[in-house]
Design a protein around this ligand. Structure first.
Ligand SMILES: [Zn+2]
Length: 526
């Protein structure tokens, strides 16, 4: 009770973002002959409309919007329908608002292996780390490649042809007489020595040298991995979703000493690469299942710089239904989703009045965020609808409808900003200036620190743009007790705050889309 009263009282103190008389103050668009006042359009972003949409979008009917499932399909239909009502087209043309995102659900595959007529057992002697298609191999062409290292100053692949062959390698890396690793000259573990990382490093080396498959002896990791793989296989639970790649994946097995010695009896002592003459017969049944999901895209074409694109993004998916409970994801990320719909409406109203944005705006609702930022990665890595080099910024919204109970200082009218200054000082300044001019929300940079242990900068969809040196701002209210719980429901959203934050994103987008120059990238990374 006390809490409710407190919320009510403080709510009265909040000024609406940008509907005051502040529009008379000096404008950011000083170079322009005619200054268009965005506050009239911002005022179309209202808590009533946000609330109405969110009660629908985060209702039980949408079943928690799990990627690839029925509820997620309902979510994308809902979004498409909203854009049709708003008469905002898709950049893909006609009624096609969906960018297909091909995914696969990976399950543990099992291999049947025999060496010189002796058969070996799944989980006791070998596990399949990667297999993308059904594989049947009968070969005598196996190449032992020592430690399987291909580094600048040391390579196990030098002078040996492994093209389309199976390579056999062992864990670890060689040391010099002083006990230092040869690859680095230091005793510190390297990417070739270090657990999980050594697996991907050695796999990459085999792929780069054209091998058809890699069999890795790593007895230490095998005893840890094998029981886990066996439990996964026996439980029948299908595993993680991942983006389906267009290229066939290279097969990779991990084996124990027993099987490795059958392939190459002196493997533990030998380091020198050589061709083996061993009869290997190998069959793998791939149990991955293909799943299709969708990003939803809508587009307002720029009036004078149509080839420059501003992306406004939020993820459309959530956690689905678990143990009979719907994970509604009202804050995560229903709040960002409906905010974008309202922002899109505001830009459309401006366009109708002859004040469409100068740059183009892509409203991007991505799928598979909760499964590992899959939809945004598909967009940036596989199928950017607009060239990334013409993409001027990404404003990403993920959770802006609640308050962080751990925040002790400042008022409730705040938002955490992450990433705004990481690539572009210019973007950061624009964001600050716009907020001062129209909103006066407390912009809290607590989680923007590079050393912040939460690493939020890497944990939502903007990151896939940032890694391509596209400046980003991530808008976020922080986590709370209902984060990733079935209790993240629309009745707990603070709609006045959601309205204010959505307006802030709108004003920032307005400035980026209409200003003379796009934000300068002054801190690009490699
Ligand atoms: Zn989220």
């Amino acid at each position: 009770m006390k809490k409710i009263v407190l919320v009510f009282v403080t709510a009265l103190l909040i000024t609406n973002c940008g509907t005051s008389s502040k529009s008379n103050t000096s404008s950011v668009h000083t170079n322009e002959a005619r200054i268009v006042d965005p506050t009239i359009y911002a005022s179309t972003i209202t808590e009533e409309e946000l609330k109405e949409m969110l009660y629908k979008y985060a209702s039980d009917e949408f079943e928690g919007r799990e990627t690839g499932e029925k509820g997620q399909k309902m979510a994308v239909e809902y979004l498409k329908n909203q854009y049709q009502i708003l008469e905002i087209p898709s950049p893909l043309g006609d009624d096609d608002y969906f960018q297909e995102v091909p995914l696969e659900k990976q399950s543990v595959s099992e291999a049947k292996i025999s060496v010189n007529g002796t058969s070996f057992k799944s989980f006791e002697d070998h596990i399949v780390l990667r297999a993308s298609s059904n594989t049947e191999i009968n070969t005598q062409d196996i190449v032992f490649v020592g430690y399987g290292i291909d580094a600048e100053n040391y390579s196990d692949y030098k002078g040996i042809d492994v093209k389309d062959k199976i390579v056999l390698a062992k864990a670890g890396e060689p040391k010099d007489t002083n006990g230092n690793y040869i690859t680095t000259g230091s005793s510190e573990d390297t990417k070739w020595t270090n657990g999980r990382q050594s697996l991907s490093s050695k796999r990459d080396a085999a792929i780069e040298n054209g091998a058809k498959g890699l069999i890795l002896l790593d007895a230490n990791m095998f005893v840890r991995y094998a029981p886990y793989y066996q439990r996964q296989a026996e439980s029948g639970v299908s595993g993680r979703l991942s983006l389906k790649s267009n290229e066939a994946e290279m097969m990779m097995l991990m084996v124990n000493d027993n099987l490795a010695k059958a392939l190459h009896p002196s493997i533990l002592e030998d380091e020198k690469p050589k061709e083996l003459k061993t009869n290997l017969s190998l069959a793998i049944e791939n149990k991955s299942e293909e799943i299709t999901s969708e990003n939803v895209v809508a587009f307002i074409k720029g009036s004078t710089k149509p080839d420059e694109i501003l992306v406004i993004s939020a993820h459309l998916d959530h956690e689905g239904v678990k143990n009979g409970e719907v994970y509604n994801g009202a804050d995560d990320d229903g709040s960002g989703t409906v905010a974008i719909l309202e922002i899109a409406e505001a830009f459309k109203e401006a366009e109708k009045a002859g004040h469409g944005p100068k740059r183009s705006i892509l409203f991007l609702h991505v799928t598979g965020e909760e499964k590992g930022l899959l939809g945004s990665r598909h967009y940036t890595d596989n199928d950017p609808i607009f060239p990334l080099e013409n993409t001027v910024a990404d404003l990403n919204i993920d959770m802006i409808g609640r308050t962080d109970p751990k925040r002790k200082e400042g008022d409730r009218n705040y938002v955490y900003l992450i990433g705004s200054d990481k690539l572009s000082t210019d973007l950061h300044n624009i964001s600050e200036e716009v907020n001062k001019k129209y909103c006066n929300i407390e912009l809290d940079y607590k989680f923007n620190d590079d050393n912040d242990p939460n690493r939020f900068y890497y944990r939502s969809d903007h990151y896939n743009f940032a890694k391509n040196n596209i400046p980003v701002i991530f808008y976020f209210n922080g986590t709370h007790d209902d984060y990733h719980q079935p209790s993240d429901t629309p009745d707990k959203i603070e709609y006045d705050l959601l309205e204010n934050r959505a307006r802030l994103v709108f004003y920032t987008a307005w400035e980026i889309a209409n200003r003379e120059n796009k934000p300068i990238v002054d801190k690009a990374t490699e």
